[in-house]
Design a binder for this molecule. Sequence first.
Ligand code: SF4
Length: 755
Amino acid sequence: MAFDIDMIKKVYAQYDERINAARQIVNKPLTLSEKILYAHLWDGNATEAYERGKSYVDFAPDRVAMQDATAQMALLQFMQAGRAKAAVPSTVHCDHLIQARDGAEQDLTRAKQESSEVFNFLSSVSNKYGIGFWKPGAGIIHQVVLENYAFPGGMMIGTDSHTVNAGGLGMVAIGVGGADACDVMAGLPWELKFPKLIGVKLTGKLSGWAAPKDVILKVAGILTVKGGTGAIVEYFGEGAESLSCTGKGTICNMGAEIGATTSTFGYDESMERYLRATDRADVADAANAIKQHLTADAEVYANPEQYFDQLIEINLSELEPSLNGPFTPDLYTPISRMREEAGKNGWPTKVEWGLIGSCTNSSYEDLSRAASIARQAIEKGLVTKAEFGINPGSEQVRFTADRDGLLKNFEDLNATIFTNACGPCIGMWDRAGADKQEKNTIVHSFNRNFAKRADGNPNTYAFVTSPEMVAAIAISGDLGFNPLTDTLTNKDGEQVKLDPPTGDELPTKGFAVDDPGYQAPAEDGSNVVVEVSPTSDRLQLLEPFAPWEGTDLKGLKLLIKAKGKCTTDHISMAGPWLKYRGHLDNISNNMLIGAVNYFNEKTDNVKNQLTGEYGAVPATQRDYKAQGIGSIVVGDENYGEGSSREHAAMEPRHLGVRAVLVKSFARIHETNLKKQGMLGLTFDNKEDYDKIQENDTIDIIGLTEFAPNKPLTLVLHHEDGSSEEILANHTYNQQQIEWFKAGGALNIIRAGQAS
Ligand code: SF4
C-alpha cells in the first residue's frame, strides 16, 4: 500500500558504512538495537560512542505513524509548520474512535456519523500533506503497519505507545507524543536518550497450548511494569527464530506494558515469509542483501552477558499458558495455578466475556488458532458459557479469515464480530450492564487490563491471555479451566477434552482483500483545502503563539502551587476529555484540574488573586488572561511525569501561563514546555518551594540575557508588602532559547520554511 521501497533501499544503502563506523567508534561487537540506532543518527556516521541510559542523541526516523485520537493535535501542529508535504513517509489510521456494540457494520456506520468531522479532517489534512490515510474500518494501526510498512532494520516513531509492535518485523519502533511526530514530519531531528539494552534469549520451541503471548506474559511477570524503562528489549536465540513474525509482533507489542522504550527481533526466515506473504518480496530481497547487519554480531549472541545490561533466558519448551491480571498486566499466573490463585484472592471465576483482538493479537495466525478451538467446541457438542467478541486486526485479516471460514467458526459460537478497530481495548465498548458495576470477570487477548479500561466498570476483573486460551476459557466459562488437564461436559452429558490449538502462521491460500480502506494522498496537495468549522467543539485550527515581548516578565500571579505528584494526567486529564484532543480551547478546560492545591489540599480549587474568590483552575486562569495578566505554576518533584501528551504543555501556554517553576521535571514534559515557547524552570534551592505564598506576585528577571547555564532571578512579592529573591535554573540550550523567543519551536520551523 504505497510502502516506499526506494526509501527502504536508501536506508539499507547506508547500512554498511554506518555500521562499520559505529563498530570502530564503539570498539566492540554490536547488538541489533545498536546497529539500528547508529544507522539512524541524524548527523550521519557515528563520531562518538554514546552512553546507554545517559547520552541524548538526535535520530532520523524513517517513518511516522499516527492514530486518530493523537493524530489530531499532531497534524494541527504540523499544519503550522508551513511545509508542503511531510518530510518522511507518514500514515494516519482511524481505529480508536469506533465503539463496539452491535457488530461491525452497524458500529462502523454509527462511528462514521458520530466522528465524521474528525475523520474528514484527518482525511483532508492527510491528502494535502502527502500522508497515507487508512479509513475507519481499515484496521488497527499496528497491525496495518506490520502488514504494510514495517521493515527489518528500520526506525519508526508513532503517536501511540504500542508502536513498538513493529519490532516483530525487526524495527526499532517507538511511541511518542504528537509534538515529536510533528517535528519529524517537519524535517527536524528526533531526540532520544540512548537506551539501555535488555537481552532475552529464547531457547526451545513452543508447543501445545503455549503461544507467543505466553512469552511476553512471562517477561512481564519477571520485569514488572517498570522493569523495561529506558531500555530496548532484544530477543534472540533459536527460540526466537522458531516464532512467527506476527507472534514476534505480539511479544514486542506488550513491551509497552513493561515500560520498555521498544523491543525487537533480528531478521530471520519468519520475517522473510511474512514480507513475501504481504506482497513485499522486494523488501525481503533488499533485506536479504544486507542480512548480516539486521541481526546482532555473532559474538554478541555467543556471550550475551557481556553486551546487554541485563539478560533473561526463557525456554519456550517449558512455557506454560498463563493469564496476567487482574488490573495489571504483570501479575503472572500459569494456568495450572489459576484456580488456586483465584480462590485465594477472591477473583470471580465465572467468565462473562471472551474478547479476541487488539493490536496485540489480531493476526491471521491468532484468529486461526483460536478458531481451531471454536471448531472443536461445535464438533464436541459443547455449549459456550461466556459471550464472545472478535475484533480482526485489519480488513486484510478479516477478509482472508472470512474467506477461509474462520469467522464462521466464531459465529457458530454466537460470537459478535466487531469492527477492525481497537474497540473494547480502548474502552470503546458499550457493554450491556456495565453501568451496574457488578463484580465480574472477562478474559481477553489485549495488552492492558487496568481497572475500567475495557468497559468502564471498576469491578470488571480483566485477565490477559493468548487468543486460543481466551477461546478455551470463554467456552468453559471458568477462569480456572485448564485445557491441558481438564475436561468439559458437553450437551449429551459426556466429558470431552479440547485438543491443543492448530493454526496457520500465514493463510495457505495467501492473503486477500477487496478494499483495504486505504486512501493515497494527492500527488500535489497544494489545492486541497482543509476545512475545520469555526463552530466545531472537537476541532480547532491552531493559531501561532505570540513571540516573547522582549522584556522581563513582571507581575505574574501565582495560579497554583501544586503539591506532590503532578503527572500529565493531573495537568491534562484523559477519559471524557479524549474527545477534545483536537480542540485546544475546549480541552484547556481540564488544565491542572487534577493537581492538588498546596494551600487548601483541594483539587481544581485555587484563589483568584483579582477577586479573592476560590474557583476552578481553568476558570481562574481564563480570568487572568482576560485581564492581560500572566501567571506562573509552581510544582513539586518530577512534575509532568507520565505520558508524552503535548496538551499538558499547550494548555497552560494557550491560557496565558508564562512559566512553570518546579523542584524537578519529567524530561519529556520539560521538553514539551520548551517546544511550546514556555519557560520551564527549576528551583536552584528546592527549599525555596516553601517560600512561595498563596497571594504572591512574581517577576522573572534576566530574560534579556537569557543564555544557556545562566540562572534567572525570581522576585517574590508577598501580600504583606515584603519581597525576596530566589534563583531559578533552566536547561535551555541556544536553540531552545530561540524557541522561547519566537513563541514556540513551530514558529521557527515556519519561519525557516518561509525564508
Ligand atoms: Fe491501543 Fe488497544 Fe488500539 Fe492497540 S488495540 S492501539 S493497545 S487501543
